[in-house]
Write a protein of this length. Structure first.
Length: 579
């Protein structure tokens, strides 16, 4: 390494040199400059203070103060630092960067920006060559193309495939022009898939990420307060100390983590090795006037992965040595609907080509909750993909719609069309419960029970409700003090302006109407009855339980990059001396 400066002092006893009037270092392909600096000859370590700028083979760097070891090729950041690469931008207030291995670790106010994603976290470990990393505490991932925001206190992410897995109080916000969906579970992960779509050569349009509009962050997310989040722009000294104390040697390339920002014990025990979600099969349709209820017989099964995290998560962000093996690929088994596979029938080989198309899958595993303004959900596990826009909910799901309606079943499907809920299927031991009168005080609950049910909506309001297979109903009239109990093969209610206008029973209809005086208490509940208002999510705030950070993309993209003015001035001085 060669240090160039106009004046330098060197203590031969301590073998420490320093410059106070700008200096620049050239080390092979690296340039590094600052206003002031110290050099420790015994350890081959430079300490830079004030307007620190560096240019390496992979990054351009700007910092207020940092240390560079010429033996280990490790940069250690002590304050406000900005790093630019060909594919993105990173920043932090503390951390280190191993320029030989292209690995970095940030400890304070960490931030990553790419074309499609924006990542915040207290601490980030990132392997740039593999574009894989791990984040700790106050994690927020914004994907502007898929319109999702993920939040947690632990995350694994893959920038190549745009996949992530989040744990420790995780939640996801999916936003669009109509409404926002808020989801939480014990574990959440998102996987981006790419498939080949056949298109005619005569009118083919390649489906690439460039054809997907960048909608930007939402202007508003269901009244969630956004925290003002400023960051220090690069500037002279920016409060850097006049003299940094000698930092500990980092021969291994790893600095000690900030204990306040990292949970010391993260283990994979909370992610089960394998979860097999149940088969969920539609019953054969009833051949009558509501045969449209079910069009065919389908079976859904999700097999969640053998643990992708077999390697134990380190107790802290800095084990003795982090290797690529500690950051496993995020590879999950998943159901692939038939509609996703490329259909080559009907296309002649000489007139067809294939274009790439991407879609997103989202999994919520264990204790899943979902909130949207027009409906709320709970269940053990949920699955969604952007190909068919269907939410699938498994294991003891409950749906709440409107002010009173509650529906339970073995599994549920919710079909989203143009951002709105179009219809829903409730499969296996389905039951609707609607309180008669004030739900907080009434003892009477209208009930419908059957094997399967379907709800159809129009303009976000229930338009028709259908039940098929061993239908049982109980309906109360507080005006007449009567209870009607009926059974049939199938059942239908038509709604108008949110009110039931037509009720019809089909096939094998039996029933009776009794006065309250003649009914027993055990007769007013159907088998399997449950009323669970306390489990209902009340708001999006309750689901995510933390503040969202506003996007900083515009401000970060406008930051000035290093221009190396000190190196240019010293070059001019050298050139003048030679001439």
């Amino acid at each position: 390494a060669t240090l160039r400066t106009t004046e330098v002092d060197f203590d031969t006893g301590t073998e420490i040199g320093y410059f106070e009037n700008e200096g620049t270092i050239v080390d092979s392909f690296r340039i590094l400059e600052s206003k002031r600096g110290y050099y420790y000859s015994k350890t081959k370590e430079f300490e830079f203070i004030g307007q620190v700028q560096s240019d390496t083979k992979d990054y351009v760097l700007l910092s207020d103060s940092m240390t560079y070891n010429t033996n280990t090729k490790v940069f250690t950041f002590h304050s406000n630092t900005h790093i630019w690469s060909e594919n993105g931008y990173l920043s932090c207030h503390k951390g280190w960067y191993d320029s030989d291995k292209n690995i970095m670790s940030f400890y304070s106010k960490s931030y990553i920006l790419s074309d499609r994603q924006e990542i915040f976290a207290d601490s980030i470990y990132y392997e740039s060559n593999r574009k894989k990393g791990r984040m700790y505490s106050n994690v927020q991932i914004i994907d502007t193309v898929q319109k999702t925001i993920a939040l947690a206190d632990f995350a694994d992410f893959d920038m190549n495939a745009e996949n992530f897995l989040i744990r420790k109080n995780p939640s996801i916000v999916m936003y669009d022009g109509n409404d926002s969906v808020f989801i939480r579970a014990d574990t959440l992960y998102s996987v981006t898939q790419t498939v080949k779509i056949p298109v005619s050569k005569s009118d083919s349009t390649h489906l690439t990420s460039d054809t997907v509009p960048d909608s930007g962050a939402p202007e508003r997310l269901s009244k969630i307060p956004l925290r003002n989040s400023g960051f220090a722009a690069p500037g002279p000294d920016s409060g850097a100390p006049a003299r940094l104390s000698k930092p500990p040697l980092r021969n291994t390339g790893f600095a000690a983590p900030d204990p306040d920002s990292i949970n010391p014990r993260l283990t994979p025990d909370t992610v089960p090795d394998k979860i097999i979600l149940p088969d969920s099969t539609f019953a054969t349709p009833v051949q009558d006037s509501i045969a449209l209820l079910i069009s065919d017989t389908l079976t859904d099964k999700i097999i969640l992965p053998d643990s992708a995290f077999a390697a134990s998560v380190p107790d802290s962000i800095t084990p003795a040595r982090l290797t690529p093996d500690t950051l496993p690929d995020i590879a999950f088994a998943r159901p692939v609907p038939d509609s996703i596979a490329a259909d080559t029938t009907g296309y002649a080989p000489d007139t067809t080509e294939y274009a790439d198309s991407t879609y997103k899958e989202i999994f919520a595993v264990r204790n899943a909750r979902l909130y949207r303004s027009d409906f709320q959900l709970k269940g053990d596990s949920m699955y969604f993909n952007t190909v068919d826009s269907v939410w699938r909910v498994y294991y003891d799901p409950i749906l709440w719609n409107g002010k009173k309606m509650q529906i339970i079943s073995d599994s549920m499907k919710f079909f989203i069309v143009n951002g709105d809920l179009d219809h829903a299927d409730f499969n296996g031991n389905a039951m609707v419960v609607v309180p008669e009168g004030n739900p907080d005080s009434t003892a009477y609950f209208n009930q419908i029970k059957s094997r399967n049910m379907k709800a159809l909506l129009k303009n976000r309001s229930l338009n028709r409700f259908e039940a098929t297979g061993n239908v049982q109903t109980i309906a109360f009239s507080l005006n007449n003090y009567t209870m009607n109990k009926a059974e049939s093969a199938s059942f239908r209610i038509d709604f108008e302006s949110g009110r039931a206008r037509r009720i019809a029973y089909y096939e094998q209809v039996t029933g009776k109407n009794d006065s309250f005086v003649h009914i027993r208490e055990d007769e007013i509940r159907l088998p399997g009855y449950r009323w669970e208002p306390d489990l209902r999510p009340k708001s999006g705030d309750e689901i995510i339980s933390r503040l969202l950070r506003p996007s900083e993309r515009t401000a970060r993209e406008s930051l000035p990059r290093p221009s190396f003015p000190i190196t240019k001035r010293i070059d001019e001085i050298e050139s003048g001396i030679k001439n």
